[in-house]
Design a protein around this ligand. Structure first.
Ligand code: FES
Ligand code: FES
Length: 174
């Protein structure tokens, strides 16, 4: 089966895997992409979220067949992606910089999922309200209690991203 992963077309032979192939297992254990974490394994903690066609979804229960033909971006996609996935890459870079600036990652276990859901939000809503940020991150647990720093980081990133989107819009429309 085929899908796009961080801007690259990916062919993955689902046969040969034991049991039904789950996206998180494929990413971490077969493709070597370890930024996406396994927490609860039950769609309850947010650690395993990835972008599928721009939406933040848990990968710990997602069957591989469900991403056939889809565009996937993991946190590794924050490294430069050209073409498909370049917007996701750009917003993830801005978010990462803001998380560093606000020291929003402590142990870092929740960070990948937080960044992915924040990216999905900013792709849809470049200038979110505080409530929209809280709702977007509502299903993500942080055992270190870094929530306030994380919220500040997302707002900081939103300001940068909104400016970038507006600058691009003006360049396109004169
Ligand atoms: S590991 Fe998927 S939501 Fe917790
Ligand atoms: S930074 Fe440790 S769980 Fe969030």
């Amino acid at each position: 089966m085929r899908f796009t992963l961080n801007g690259q077309s990916q062919a993955f032979p689902a046969q040969g895997l034991k049991g039904p192939a789950i996206l998180l297992d494929v990413l971490r254990n077969h493709l070597g992409l370890r930024a996406t974490r396994l927490g609860c394994g039950q769609e309850q903690c947010g650690a395993c979220h990835v972008l599928v066609d721009g939406r933040s979804v848990p990968s710990c229960t997602l069957p591989l067949w469900a991403v056939e033909g889809r565009k996937l971006v993991t946190l590794e996609g924050a490294a430069e992606i050209q073409g498909e996935g370049s917007r996701e890459s750009a917003v993830l870079q801005i978010l990462q910089a803001a998380f560093v600036a606000e020291q929003a990652a402590q142990c870092g276990f929740c960070t990948s999922g937080m960044l992915i859901s924040a990216a999905a939000l900013l792709l849809q809503t470049p200038k979110p309200s505080d409530t929209q940020v809280r709702v977007a991150l509502d299903r993500h647990l942080c055992r270190c209690g870094a929530h306030n720093r994380i919220l500040r980081a997302v707002h900081q990133a939103a300001a940068t991203w909104d400016l970038a989107v507006e600058t691009q819009r003006q360049a396109q429309h004169g």
